[in-house]
Design a protein around this ligand. Structure first.
Ligand code: COA
Length: 250
């Protein structure tokens, strides 16, 4: 166990569980162990009657640089992929309680696509959303190939997921990927206040409203699985291995 993921409860808002990326020395890149901790926390909070809202936060200036590229390289070199990433995505896409996220700074790869599963996201004005999947010889994940075109239309989704263009917080808001932009020093307080507002609503009415808006997760779960098959095959490709090695050797 490490403290790379912190599971927090706010004293002022006891009905909120915060999952915080806390590996700033590696830009909060997410390892297999971190996915496992997050999955356990999500499931525990779903089952806990006193938790009403999930919140994702990062550290100052960094939400997450995405999947740990050393883990990708290990798999590309013949190691096992494990179930950690897919189990986390399934738990996230199956959540029945609202999910809120607050982004300050870098949000790369799954650091961006995670917000497609969130109900409300606030980002600081210095945030950057980017998914360099194709540049790494990979394909979109987390059902982003399904959800991003729905949220922002094909062209913007293509610019994000295939071209690998970075989106500023203002652009992400305009595209509908996030809800609000704020100043960096207000980010955490605004995110938690938003989560507290949701936690104060009648939980059953909120659950039904969310469910009506999101619909059944089956299609999303199916897309997560389909993407994962392509992702795993691409991870083994020579072009992907070259991209990971280039990053490691910088
Ligand atoms: N996996 C593993 N380590 C990562 C990482 C990742 N996704 N992102 C950053 N790190 C590590 C760096 O290797 C570096 O480690 P070191 O200090 O031991 O050398 C440390 O975090 C700081 O990163 P650095 O690149 O020096 O910071 P930066 O501010 O110059 O750049 C990024 C930040 C995020 C733009 C750059 O690190 C990057 O492009 N990371 C890869 C992002 C990515 O492709 N993610 C996968 C998407 S599918």
């Amino acid at each position: 166990m490490t403290d790379h993921i912190l599971i927090e409860r706010s004293e002022n808002a006891p009905h909120i569980q915060i999952i915080r990326f806390n590996r700033p020395e590696k830009k909060n890149a997410i390892t297999r162990g971190m996915y496992l901790t997050m999955t356990d926390a999500l499931k525990a909070a779903e089952d806990a009657p006193d938790i009403r809202v999930h919140v994702f936060l990062g550290t100052e200036g960094c939400f997450s640089a995405g999947n740990d590229l050393a883990d990708f390289l290990a798999f590309a070199m013949g190691g096992s992929m494990g179930r950690e990433v897919i189990d986390f995505l399934i738990a996230l896409a199956s959540a029945r309680k609202p999910v809120v996220s607050g982004v300050d700074g870098l949000a790369i790869g799954i650091g961006t696509t995670i917000h497609l599963h969130c109900d409300l996201t606030i980002a600081s004005d210095r945030s950057l959303f980017k998914t360099p999947f194709v540049d790494l010889a990979l394909v979109p994940e987390a059902a982003s190939s399904l959800l991003a075109p729905r949220v922002m239309g094909h062209q913007r989704a293509f610019a994000l997921l295939a071209l690998g263009e970075g989106f500023t917080a203002a652009e992400a808001k305009e595209a509908g990927l996030i809800w609000k932009v704020t100043a960096p020093d207000a980010l955490e307080a605004e995110t938690l206040s938003l989560a507290a507002k949701l936690a104060a609503k009648p939980p059953e009415a909120l659950r039904i409203a969310r469910n009506l808006m999101r619909g059944s997760p089956e299609e999303v779960l199916d897309r997560i699985q389909r993407e994962a098959e392509h992702f795993a095959a691409q991870l083994k490709s020579a072009e992907a291995r070259a991209a990971f090695e280039a990053f490691m050797k910088r």
